[in-house]
Design a protein around this ligand. Structure first.
Ligand code: PLP
Length: 420
């Protein structure tokens, strides 16, 4: 299937990080057939416990009867209509209720649509052009032009976006100092590898206020994953706008820009945020049900319980095997995983390849950073920890030999885009 795919679709997949270059070796399942709960089956019938969960969207679990029922009920009524539906109103009301910054909401499809909408609104609101970014914000020109993957983006667009570093408030101060009165917006992923230190998010907000820039939280990953209202609820810092996506629809394609009414209202003045499928009803119906399930009292405690067990258990293993200098933990438990430094001649990607291969051989599907859903069980986590135990032994051997030869079969991971 991979051979066929590579002939007809670039990289053989629609998403770089779901393509062959992101998982290493012959044990990699490149094509999935179906999922149930927290498990997936590839087209050869191999079963995996999925800790990627579609790169974040699956928050309740695959093939969830309640979400399925909500989608099927809507399917019988229609998918895309010629006018709005009451579902749009109901879901927008729900988001206004649960997301601290949300006074109004506009639905789009991908996370990148939502971040792009937020940036355009900020530019219109402030009458300025420049944007400060911190994290990954999708495929659109204004963001990807600021990365090494900037080919195809006009230089004039690239020059409008500047990057700053998480937990380094002076890097943002410097940008505001260098380009006074120029920044329309500061957009950042509110939670990244390390937790915010020394009131970092509060300081970013104050700097935005002082300099007249809109503060946008990119909650495409953190929304519906660290807390129902996202990182802004968890860290109690409310931005002006937020981009949400991924986890709100248990896998359905839906995202939104949410935030202050006076900014969102610009859409009524023709600040153009408008798509054919923004009101597509299957995703809205599935998202309503997904959020209803995530709102139940036990839901987020469960996500935190299983994820903390894996995060703590993995770090205990790392320490017990004397690998604490090379391996550390990324992120808050609900979106967390081991990250590797280079060691001797081995690059961090070499160590990740060793790790990933052993996990795949043990039936654990992960890219390193893990996601969790309501269907993830303690047994899933125990099996994951057993595999981590074995994988860390392989890593020790690789470090001792200063080589992955004979340990990693097939090709090493060669990601096109790497976040950190
Ligand atoms: C933080 C963040 N923002 C934006 C995006 C872009 O979302 P999408 O791929 O749905 O356009 C992603 C995707 O991984 C993301 O992780």
């Amino acid at each position: 299937m991979l051979r066929r795919a590579l002939k007809v679709t670039p990289v053989g997949s629609q998403t770089y990080s779901k393509s062959a270059s992101y998982l290493s070796g012959p044990h990699t399942p490149y094509f999935m057939d179906h999922g149930r709960g927290s498990h997936v089956w590839d087209i050869d019938g191999n079963e995996y416990i999925d800790f990627i969960l579609g790169l974040g969207p699956v928050t309740v679990g695959y093939d969830n009867p309640e979400v399925n029922e909500a989608i099927s009920r809507q399917l019988k009524k229609g998918i895309t209509f010629s006018q709005a539906t009451s579902l749009e109103v109901e879901l927008a009301e729900k988001l206004v209720d649960i997301i601290p910054c949300a006074e109004m909401v506009r639905f789009v499809k991908n996370g990148g649509d939502a971040t792009t909408a937020a940036v355009r609104l900020s530019r219109a609101y402030t009458g300025r052009d420049m944007v400060a970014v911190c994290g990954y914000h999708g495929m659109h020109d204004w963001y990807i032009g600021s990365t090494v993957l900037n080919r195809g983006v006009p230089k004039s667009v690239q020059n409008l976006t500047k990057t700053f570093d998480y937990n380094d408030i002076s890097s943002l101060e410097k940008l505001f100092g260098k380009y006074p009165g120029k920044f329309a917006a500061v957009i950042l992923e509110p939670t990244q590898g390390d937790p915010p230190k020394d009131n970092f998010l509060g300081k970013v907000k104050s700097l935005c206020r002082k300099n007249g820039a809109v503060l946008i939280f990119d909650e495409v990953v953190s929304g519906f994953r660290v807390a129902l209202g996202g990182a802004q609820e968890y860290y109690k810092v409310t931005p002006d706008l937020a981009a949400i996506g991924k986890g709100m629809g248990n896998g359905l394609p839906i995202s939104a820009v949410a935030g202050k009414k006076d900014i969102l209202k610009l859409i009524e003045d023709g600040i153009f945020i408008s798509t054919t499928f923004g009101g597509e009803a299957l995703s809205l119906a599935g998202s309503m049900k997904t959020i209803e399930i995530l709102e139940r009292p036990g839901s987020f405690p469960h996500i935190w319980k299983v994820s903390s067990k894996l995060a703590d258990g993995s770090m205990n293993l790392v320490k017990s095997k004397g690998l604490g200098d090379i391996i550390s933990m990324f992120g808050l438990p609900p979106h967390s995983g081991l990250i590797f430094k280079s060691a001797g001649k081995l690059a961090s990607l070499d160590l990740l390849a060793v790790y990933q291969q052993k996990l795949l051989m043990s039936g654990i599907l992960t890219v390193g950073i893990n996601n969790f859903c309501l269907a993830t069980t303690m047994k899933d986590v125990d099996m994951h920890l057993d595999a981590v135990d074995q994988a860390l032994d392989d890593i020790r051997v690789a470090i001792e030999r200063d080589s992955i030869r004979g340990i990693v079969e097939g090709k090493r991971i060669t990601p096109i885009f790497k976040r950190n």
